[in-house]
Design a protein around this ligand. Structure first.
Ligand code: CMC
Length: 422
């Protein structure tokens, strides 16, 4: 068993080394403060393992992403989103009976409590759908307070989130709510709830269903990213699954995380309106005084390529061709990618297109409005959040997450009453 040696203040300490199934190594410092009085400092947790997890493996150098041992390319090409969700949550691919029961339950649980519909009426029409989604998921314990029934709550949040998302869209455009139907698949139900109107018949397009399936699969998990770590952080206090997922939705909304997919399209639209001068934006991204970043570029973990971006770039070409759509933003995106990948600034910093770079173009082709893009990311990521919450709760060594800090504020001071202050 390998160990690490630490010499501190002239004393030597032996620290055990942990190795994962894919050879990843960590130094166990869980007793460091007790042994030495020191803590470790790692702003942004770039080198900190917060848990052991058997859900997702990423090799950022090689561009590998696997859910429960299955390559993302394999799942994206062959699986359906509900079975990937099942795989992530229950650690095995469902057999036929398990899958049909899982699908049945997912459609049965799609309805939201009728009283919840009143909530939607009181959001301003301009409310961001991510705020609505997080608020609605946070309110689920009020309607479904039985927290011990974990498996039912898993299906509830997975099934209802898409209904909540679609209702928030319908309300924002002033159209009547479309209820889910048990004879429709997860994807078809969502598309129907989004786009069907009482005015004309709506037929779910297979191309859109497949594109949505692919998008949700590539977003389904990504180990200890900001939102998943938030779900684990909140869940570590034994907060409910619903509360933890609502917190994950809030974390995802930021433009450096899931909010980047909306920011990418807004950036591409701006470049388009600006005459398509993408080189100007590459130069701005390189100029440190500009505060501008190429949205959809860079990743904390991937330092070679993001396999999800590769899958989505190919899908953009295929889906747009199948739909007969010509999107000028796709050409701008490809130009940006090409120039950025050959530019020293991006090469040196290992900045590549990430999952958010091409996803927006697909969402646009499906007809999803820009402010719903991050909601789509959330719908895809919910199985991952559930899997992490469940894994954590099944771990008998679960402890509340409580990092330390190095205090840099004032030393002790005496309180001075206001009339004596200068
Ligand atoms: N455009 C221009 N420069 C960049 C970019 C970018 N998109 N990303 C990083 N850099 C530069 C950054 O200025 C820094 O340069 P220097 O070393 O000279 O100071 C260097 O690259 C390292 O950047 P960092 O911010 O220290 O890297 P990080 O690992 O902390 O951040 C990131 C990762 C994804 C937040 C960042 O790359 C970024 O802001 N990208 C744009 C937003 C984005 O697309 N986010 C989606 C991430 S993928 C989906 C998800 O999982 O959420």
């Amino acid at each position: 068993m390998a160990t690490a040696k630490l010499i501190l203040d002239g004393k030597e300490y032996e620290l055990s080394v942990i190795e994962g199934t894919e050879g990843e190594k960590a130094i166990d410092i869980s007793n460091l403060r007790n042994q030495t009085g020191y803590i470790t400092m790692d702003t942004g947790y770039a080198n900190t393992g917060s848990c052991k997890s058997a859900i997702t493996f990423i090799d950022g150098e090689k561009g590998i992403l696997r859910y429960r041992g299955y390559d993302i390319e394999d799942l994206a090409a062959n699986a359906r989103f509900p079975e990937v969700a099942y795989l992530l949550i229950y650690n095995h691919l469902p057999n036929q009976a398990e899958l049909s029961e899982w699908r049945r339950q997912l459609t049965l649980h799609s309805l939201v409590h009728e009283s919840m519909l009143n909530f939607f009426d009181h959001f301003p029409p301009t409310a961001h759908p991510m705020s609505i989604l997080s608020a609605m998921v946070a309110s689920l314990p009020a309607f479904y307070p039985d927290m011990d029934n974990v498996d039912v709550n898993i299906m509830r949040v997975l099934a209802k989130a898409k209904t909540i998302a679609a209702i928030s869209y319908k309300k924002s455009i002033g159209e009547p709510v479309v209820y889910p139907r048990t004879d429709y698949s997860y994807m078809a139900n969502f598309l129907r709830m989004m786009f069907a109107t009482p005015a004309e018949p709506y037929e779910v397009s297979e191309v859109l269903e497949n594109a949505l399936n692919l998008l949700l699969i590539v977003h389904a998990d990504h180990e200890q990213n900001c939102s998943t770590s938030t779900v684990r952080m909140v869940g570590s206090s034994q907060a409910s699954l619903f509360a933890s997922i609502s917190a994950g939705i809030c974390a995802l909304s930021g433009p450096l995380h899931g909010g980047a997919n909306q920011a990418v399209i807004e950036m591409l639209e701006k470049i388009h309106k600006d005459g398509g001068d993408y080189k100007k934006y590459v130069n701005m991204a390189k100029d440190k005084t500009s505060n501008f970043r190429l949205m959809g570029f860079g990743h904390r973990v991937y330092k070679n390529f993001d396999p999800r971006a590769k899958i989505l770039k190919k899908a953009c070409d295929e889906v747009l061709a199948q739909l007969g759509v010509k999107d000028p933003l796709l050409d701008i995106a490809k130009n940006l990618e090409e120039i950025a990948l050959s530019d020293e600034f991006f090469i040196e910093r290992k900045l590549y297109p990430n999952v958010d770079f091409y996803s927006g173009i697909l969402y646009r082709a499906i007809g999803i409005p820009t402010n719903m893009f991050t909601v789509m990311f959330a719908l895809g990521r919910i199985p991952g959040w559930i899997a992490h919450w469940k894994e954590m709760h099944e771990d008998p060594s679960l402890k509340i997450h409580r990092p330390r800090q190095i205090y840099t504020g004032h030393r002790k001071r005496e309180f001075v009453p206001v009339w004596q202050r200068p």
